[in-house]
Ligand binder design. Structure first.
Ligand code: MRU
Length: 340
């Protein structure tokens, strides 16, 4: 059996000492092109404008953003932290990474720049190790030759290099436990069709694109053995916030008695948010709904709303896979145990 690649070939971010190179995911799959971020504000802008995305990745990039700010001196840190935290409100990994870097800065007694660069590297490496552990733990949930559905993109492009739910799927495929992946296209940003399909096809995993509204029919036809998704924030009671449409998929999975698995590192768990309904849901521009890749798909002046995330109640979640173990059933006490 060929060795399983523990990191994808295409890196969504690359640290170059004086800048962070960010793969512009808006251009995928047509073009692989990088943007240079030289300041924390550049990283914040690239995050807000979705050049990079995915909860763990925006955390790792924010850590490097703080390292860039540290190169300009300690006084830069509060402003950099505020800009990075404000870039996107829902994925808690962003605040987790920034707070981690601020704490490191408080303790640094040598060169601040060198210390924060080392901390950002460690943060990134820890995420990669978490991906690898989750892949191993999550794959153990499956028996042979399962057909799975996934949503959005929770792969190498959304993390430090392997993925959360897509890392599990890719490793399980390597072990012969995943036969086929159905990827929902994920309106309106099309992370499923543009990014997940690209990753799976590059990795040689048999996959088929379906539109979001085909998932129910696919489940009814039978043969779907599991659903795997990532998460942007998991509340203290184990409610799961993820890409808009995840909640609907979880309801469908329950109805069809298909296990619904969430894969997320512990940096996605937010003990300070008691329940899912308290999670701030990003609402993006309606222009992203009435246009697809620059082309109008609604009458001029049409009203539209664009919620970027939704919350799936824990009762619909079969298990949460973290790098510190599997939480099953998803509940507050089990979550606290994993965090401690
Ligand atoms: O808006 P995005 O593309 O940043 O949303 C990404 C998701 O919702 C992912 O499922 C989630 O961040 C987990 S990525 C490992």
């Amino acid at each position: 059996m060929p060795a399983f690649p523990l990191k994808d070939k295409v890196a969504p971010i690359v640290w170059r000492g004086d800048r962070l190179r960010v793969l512009d995911q808006r251009l995928l799959p047509r073009r692989v092109s990088y943007i240079d971020c030289r300041t924390a504000q550049d990283v914040a802008r690239a995050t807000a404008e979705m050049a990079l995305r995915g909860a763990p990745l925006i955390g790792c990039a924010a850590a490097y953003g703080m390292a860039l700010a540290a190169r300009r001196g300690r006084r830069e840190l509060p402003e950099a932290a505020a800009a990075l935290k404000a870039a996107r409100p829902t994925a808690v990994n962003l605040a987790h990474a920034v707070d981690h870097m601020l704490a490191a800065a408080r303790q640094a007694d040598g060169s601040l720049a060198r210390e924060l660069e080392r901390q950002a590297r460690d943060y990134y490496q820890a995420d990669l190790r978490a991906n690898q552990t989750m892949a191993r733990l999550g794959a153990a949930l499956l028996r042979k030759k399962t057909r799975v559905i996934t949503y959005c993109n929770a792969g190498a492009l959304a993390t430090s290099g392997l993925g959360t739910s897509l890392g599990v799927i890719r490793y399980a495929h390597h072990l012969g436990k995943v036969e086929h992946v159905y990827a929902c296209e994920t309106r309106p940003y099309l992370q499923g069709s543009r990014l997940t399909l690209w990753e799976l096809m590059n990795g040689g995993v048999p996959c088929t694109l379906i539109t979001d509204n085909m998932a129910a029919h696919m489940m009814k036809l039978g043969g779907i053995g599991a659903i795997f998704v990532g998460a942007d924030r998991i509340a203290a009671n184990a409610d799961v916030c993820n890409k808009i449409g995840t909640y609907g998929l979880a309801i469908l999975a329950k109805y069809h008695r298909i296990p619904f698995y969430v894969v997320a590192p512990t940096s996605t768990i937010d003990p300070a948010t008691p329940v899912g309904d308290a999670i701030p849901i990003e609402e993006r521009s309606a222009a992203e709904i009435v246009r697809i890749q620059g082309r109008e798909i609604a009458p001029k002046g049409a009203a539209a709303r664009h919620f970027a995330f939704d919350v799936t109640p824990r009762s619909l979640v079969t298990a949460i896979v973290t790098e510190r173990g599997i939480i099953r059933p998803a509940g507050a006490r089990a979550l606290r145990r994993v965090l401690s």
